[in-house]
Structures are given as C-alpha cells and as structure tokens.
Design a protein around this ligand. Structure first.
Ligand code: SIN
Length: 283
C-alpha cells in the first residue's frame, strides 16, 4: 500500500493514510513521513491499533525521547517515555494530576532547558463528543507580523514557567513544579533548526519578558498569543480512538480544550521527542 497525504487545513496539518505503525517502516516510507512533518507541522494517523512499545518505537524514529523528569506526577509508572494525559481518577479516588494537562496555549517542555522537538499523542479513550485539541502555525503567525513588530521582537526573551493557569498556585503539584522547573528564559522568536523558518515562541506559559515588568510585558505577550491563535492559523482536531497526532513543537503551539461532559473518560498517552538545548535560567 502506498502512502497518501491529505491536508487537514490551509494553515497546517496532514493526515497520512496507508501506513500501519504496528510494523517497522522502511527508510523511504519514514523519509516521506518526515518530509511531510517538516512541511505541515502536524501529522495525523487514524486507526492505529498499536501497543505502548510500538508507540515508543515509532516515536524513536524522530529522535531521543524525553523521560518526563520535569513532569514526574504524569509519567507512566512503567514507561517513563510515556506521559499520561488522563482524567481517570487515581487508585485512592483523588482526581488525576493530568486532568487539566495542556489546557492553555503552549509548546511542550518550553519551561525546560531542552524544549521538545515534537510530541506523539495517542488517543486511547475519547469522549463521545468534544475533548478536542487546537493547533496553530507559529511560522505563519510570525510571517504575518509587521516589519516593525518583527524588529521589536528581535533579541527578546520570554520567561516560561511549568505551572498551569487552571491550578491552585498553593497545590502540591504547583509547589513541586516551581521547585523542579524554575523559570527559564527562551527567545520569543526561534529559527527552526531543520527548515530555517522563523517562528514565534510564546504562549500562555510565558509570564513576563526579560528586562521588563509584568505590567509592561503582559500586553505584548497577550497580543502575540491572540495574534498567533487567529482562526486562519489554527486547525482543530476532533479525536477518535486509535488516532496518533504528531506535532512539531518548534513551529506550532496547541491547547487541549477540555470541552467534554464531566464524567466522560478522556485518556491519551504521549511520547515527547527531545529537541535541542535552548534558553537560560535567570538565577
Ligand atoms: C498536551 O498538551 O500534550 C495534551 C494535549 C491534549 O490533551 O489534547
């Protein structure tokens, strides 16, 4: 069977048809997938009935995998390469730590010194309606800025944190996150190491710009997030069971909407491919 590519939206994304990720892909099949990944930013594979080991093995074709030491509460107890994104309550009946994972615009692991190259999320149990994820094209967003704004952003750094806006700042999880992942400065504009294209690198995990007060920087950060998430730059994914979505964290940003009925199960598992070191700690 040959591989076919179907665009998912004008801005980004493509569905790859004609591959079974349960088997080892040939180098030429992988090269075609990899080229499409660089071109489209997101790839979708439907109906992939694969095991955890096969999910990990396919992910490794893109690079070394993160062990999620920066998110210890959410990693799978037996597979550190897998991050649980689940609302299934814990064995003691307490809510899952990852119930709200991803519910703000972000790029994975931007709050660490080795932000992610890409992530592969596998849909295992999906609510009958909703539970969608939106993605946006940060190269397109950068290109659409005025020359004046591009000049203003040159050399600016945003301060990224591992905390989540939906959580109580005094929760154990948030205290732990502040300790494990101190604030880190990342460039507001990054050059994609493989395509050479410039991309905005901001999001709702950016609290402030280096050298400015929160009051001074917040309007600019908010503007950039609003600009980058304009509908024409966005693809909204409606999950089906056995979907695998792969996204390029170097040139896209995403948000889990949490738009599903309380009580419905939403369980996905993610591998995170390591990128290149970037940013610097402030202290
Ligand atoms: C994530 O941010 O990796 C999770 C996205 C989602 O649950 O849709």
């Amino acid at each position: 069977m040959s591989i076919t590519v179907r665009p998912l939206s004008y801005a980004l994304g493509a569905e790859i048809q004609g591959v079974d990720l349960a088997r080892q892909l040939s180098n030429s099949e992988f090269d075609q997938i990899h080229r499409t990944f660089l071109d489209k930013g997101i790839l979708l594979f439907r109906d992939q009935k694969i095991t955890r080991e096969q999910h990990i093995a396919f992910s490794r074709r893109f690079g070394e995998l993160d062990d999620h030491a920066s998110l210890p509460r959410d990693r799978h107890p037996d597979y550190p390469e897998l991050l649980l994104v689940t609302n299934i309550p814990k064995e003691n009946g307490k809510p899952s730590d990852s119930k709200y994972t991803g519910q703000q615009w972000h790029s994975d692991l931007s709050f660490t010194p080795v932000p992610s190259l890409g992530s592969l999320l596998r849909g295992i149990t999906i609510p009958p309606v909703g539970g969608d994820t939106m993605f946006t094209n940060m190269c397109m967003a950068y290109d659409a800025l005025s020359d004046g704004m591009k000049k203003l952003l040159e050399g600016l750094h945003g301060i990224h944190t591992g905390t989540r806006k939906v959580d109580d700042p005094n929760s154990e999880r948030e205290k732990e996150q502040r300790k494990i992942n101190p604030p880190i400065a990342q460039p507001v504009v990054r050059v994609h190491p493989e395509t050479g294209r410039k991309a905005l690198y901001v999001g709702e995990k950016v609290s402030c710009l280096v050298g400015m007060t929160v009051e001074e920087s917040k309007p600019l950060i908010d503007y950039l997030v609003r600009h980058a998430t304009r509908p024409q730059f966005v693809y909204r994914h409606q999950w089906k069971q056995d979907d695998i979505a792969l996204w390029d964290n170097r040139c896209t940003m995403h948000i889990a909407l949490g738009d599903y009925q309380e009580g419905e199960i939403r369980h996905l598992e993610r591998t995170t491919v390591k990128g290149t070191p970037s940013g610097y700690y402030l202290q």
